[in-house]
Write a protein that binds this ligand. Structure first.
Ligand SMILES: Nc1ncnc2c1ncn2[C@@H]1O[C@H](COP(=O)(O)OP(=O)(O)OP(=O)(O)O)[C@@H](O)[C@H]1O
Ligand SMILES: [Mg+2]
Length: 258
């Protein structure tokens, strides 16, 4: 089930340092939203505020509102752990549990949620690996360690692990930056397929990738050294890449940045 995220007036801090300021945006369900912008402008920080991973860092805090289909993710009665289950995350470096088998990697999150009968677990593992376009490559070696897969396969394994718990949103922070072009295309194909079911947010430094895969794009930028990052503009990707309304966006997209 895919859900909408509505962010308003969001600031994120590391101690006294304000890393992002006054971010407001709507992230639509059943679509891919890309975050682009120069290094250090707060894309990863903002992504982590969307599933309450930011506050895990000592001294880090968030102000403002994040609503998931209208429900306040920072409400007093909300458990951060349940937010992270609803809003899954895939990181830059594939990080499967290295000594765990392929099967157990996918089952890991499900087991945290309680015991399931083996037949049901088998079904979800297969469905998740199929969903991540990995099943055919691993179905004969499910008991082998996850670390034995190629980088691209490991990243798809991490995606299978993330979707196994049926999140509503999938956050991906530069999921292809450690991958070769063929694995990158495999992940892009996969994202196009997953957006039927999940709300997807991807951070990428690759402009072609943002243009290829995303429906909407947000451009983040820093007003200056030591200043917090902000969203300069956000729109349909096709318009952002052909006719941005801000000069800073155009400069960044066309590589004339800095
Ligand atoms: N754990 C942390 N502790 C303190 N400051 C941090 C931490 N993580 C990030 N920052 C700071 O917050 C700001 C935003 O960093 P962030 O990693 O969100 O940027 P980014 O846009 O994802 O950059 P990149 O494109 O290089 O990944 C930077 O000034 C960074 O130094
Ligand atoms: Mg980052």
């Amino acid at each position: 089930m895919s859900k909408q995220i509505q962010v308003s007036g969001l600031d994120a801090y590391y101690g006294a340092h304000k890393a992002i300021e006054d971010v407001s945006m709507t992230i639509e369900p059943r679509s891919i939203t890309a975050f682009i912008g120069p290094s250090g402008c707060g894309k990863s920080t903002f992504l982590r505020t969307l599933n309450r991973m930011h506050e895990v860092i000592p001294g880090a805090r968030v102000e403002g509102k994040v609503l998931l289909d209208g429900d306040d993710l920072y409400g007093a009665s909300v458990e951060p752990v349940s937010v992270r289950r609803m809003i899954g995350m895939v990181f830059q470096r594939p990080n499967p549990f290295p000594t765990m088998s392929i099967y157990d990697n996918v089952a890991a999150g499900l087991r945290l949620n309680g015991r399931l009968p083996k037949s049901q677990l088998d079904g979800i593992v297969e469905e998740s690996l199929k969903g991540a376009n990995l099943w055919n490559e691993v179905k004969d070696r499910l008991t082998k360690p996850g670390a034995g897969l190629s980088g691209g396969q490991q990243q798809r394994l991490c995606i299978a692990r993330a979707i196994a718990v049926k999140p509503q949103v999938l956050l991906m922070d530069e999921p292809c930056s450690a991958l070769d072009p063929i694995s990158t295309l495999a992940i892009e194909d996969l994202m196009a397929k997953l957006k039927d079911e999940f709300t997807i947010v991807i951070v990428t430094h690759n402009m072609q990738q943002a243009a290829r895969v995303s429906d909407r794009t947000a451009f983040f930028n820093l007003a200056g050294q030591g200043q917090p990052g902000k969203v300069v503009e956000m729109d349909e990707t096709s318009r952002m890449f052909t006719n941005p309304s801000q000069k800073a966006t155009e400069d960044y997209i066309t590589g004339r940045f800095g």
